[in-house]
Design a protein around this ligand. Structure first.
Ligand code: FES
Length: 105
């Protein structure tokens, strides 16, 4: 599936993702700026924060546990905030759109 990442400045990145990959892995592999993914997906850095497009929010189980706690620390948290290393790409997620915050951390 193809995932679209939209930077805060409006720059769009269409990224080819593998099923079973996390959205963070797809972004870092493709070199999308603004998603360092510093901890490698261990839910320990929050540098993969993004906003799930409204149309896709209900496709993912709500953030809970460690992810929920880590989201307490991000700048500009919104109801649609997620850590993209915890979003697993499914075969039916072509067109998934994630928006990046103005700043990470
Ligand atoms: Fe570190 Fe997602 S990559 S929390």
């Amino acid at each position: 599936p193809t995932i679209t990442f939209i930077e805060h400045n409006g720059t769009r990145h269409e990224v080819r993702a593998e099923v079973g990959q996390s959205a963070m892995q797809a972004a870092t592999f493709a070199g999308v700026p603004g998603i360092p993914g510093d901890c490698g997906g261990a839910c320990a850095c929050a540098s993969c924060h993004a906003y799930v497009d409204e149309a896709w929010v209900e496709r993912f189980a709500p953030a809970e546990g460690t992810e929920y706690d880590m989201l307490e620390n991000v700048v500009e948290r919104q109801p649609t905030s997620r850590l993209t290393c915890q979003l697993v790409v499914g075969a039916d997620m072509d067109g998934l759109t994630l928006r990046l915050p103005a700043a990470q951390f």
